[in-house]
Write a protein that binds this ligand. Structure first.
Ligand SMILES: Nc1ncnc2[nH]cnc12
Ligand SMILES: [Zn+2]
Length: 339
């Protein structure tokens, strides 16, 4: 008999992931393995002890552990293995297309060459496309707790690789580091032909979302939850169909929200916002795409129609060709009709 459960429906839906930090997919088991082969130690006795440290009161507490974890990545092969592990995982979850972030400064500041980071990630993405059928785009994120000069240096390093990097983004500690701090480097990135996105309104105020739109000229807002504080902004985001890449389990684990049941997703959909579901840092927040879809669907008692809408939004908000978008939207619609 056919499994008509919500979980089976979520599994069968073709999905796209648009908000994913590759360093946030570093599972403890792989972290210990790579640390060992690089003759490095992790300040935790074993995987269980490390996992017990994954309890966060805010974004900064998470970032401190996330950067410490990433510090065992040294060689090109390490970045390849990290990315490959992510791709095989989401392949099992029927993710068809990914647009992922990497944070070069996290590594170049430790004297890991930019090329090791980029090539390791990119080769795995190419293999994922060939062997698993997952298409991809790569986004280079600037760390906003560092200064704009460091972001400029990173942009310079990326210029020979415009064929591999389609966009620049902005992540790390949001409060006190507004988008306006990076106005000039984003301007230069736009002139060089990169698309732009930025984390805004995760912990920071709605003003940061305005700045991301008006100063950084973003084509998507990462998170954006705090737009709900500002009715003019909601109207603009809806009119422009500006995508918001939401991350429910991340918001729960970083105490942006108290309970998934309070997640304002349905309200956002009623406002006609183009909201998408993503995992952010799945190794740290307890779930990949299916767990994010499943968690929010259960907490909010979403219908299959609403879940299908969210999956469609992911493709609409992606940088896939119109033809590919259309084909995935049709596939989702027929899956819905048959359920
Ligand atoms: N949720 C998040 N917010 C900001 N920067 C990040 N880097 C990795 N995850 C992040
Ligand atoms: Zn993020």
């Amino acid at each position: 008999m056919k499994d008509t459960s919500i979980q089976a429906f979520i599994q069968d839906l073709p999905k796209t992931e648009l908000h994913l930090h590759i360093e946030g997919t570093f599972e403890p088991e792989l972290m210990f393995k790579i640390a060992k082969r690089n003759n490095l130690t992790i300040p935790y006795a074993d995987v269980d002890e490390l996992k017990r440290a994954y309890s966060f009161n805010n974004l900064q507490e998470f970032l401190d552990i996330y950067y410490a974890g990433a510090s065992v990545l040294i060689k090109e092969q390490d970045f390849y293995d990290l990315t490959w592990a992510y791709l095989t995982k989401v392949h099992e979850q029927n993710v068809k297309h990914v647009e992922i972030f990497f944070d070069p400064q996290t590594h170049t500041d430790r004297n890991v060459p930019f090329e090791y980071v980029l090539n390791g990630i990119y080769k795995a993405l190419e293999d994922g496309e060939k062997q698993l059928g997952i298409s991809f785009k790569l986004i280079m994120s600037f760390l906003r707790h560092l200064d704009e000069a460091s972001a400029f240096k990173t942009l310079e390093q990326a210029l020979p690789y415009k064929d591999k990097i389609v966009a620049v983004g902005l992540d790390s500690s949001e409060l006190g580091n507004p988008p306006s701090k990076f106005k000039n480097v984003f301007q230069k990135a736009l002139e060089e032909g990169f698309l732009t996105v930025a984390h805004a309104g995760e912990e920071g105020p709605s003003e940061y979302i305005w700045e991301a739109l008006d100063l950084l000229k973003v084509t998507r807002i990462d998170h954006g939850n705090r737009c709900l504080d500002d009715s003019k902004l909601i109207k603009r985001l809806a009119e422009e169909q500006m995508p918001l890449t939401l991350c429910p389990l991340s918001n729960l684990e970083l105490k942006v929200i108290k309970d998934l049941k309070e997640y304002p997703l349905v309200k956002m959909m009623e406002y006609n916002l183009l909201v998408t579901i993503n995992s952010d840092d799945p190794a740290y927040f307890g779930g990949y795409m299916n767990e994010n879809f499943g968690g929010i669907a259960k907490a909010l008692n979403l219908s299959k129609t609403q879940i299908a809408e969210l999956a469609k939004n992911g493709f609409k908000a992606s940088w896939l060709s119109d033809e590919k978008k259309e084909s995935y939207l049709n596939e989702i619609e027929s899956l819905l009709q048959n359920n």
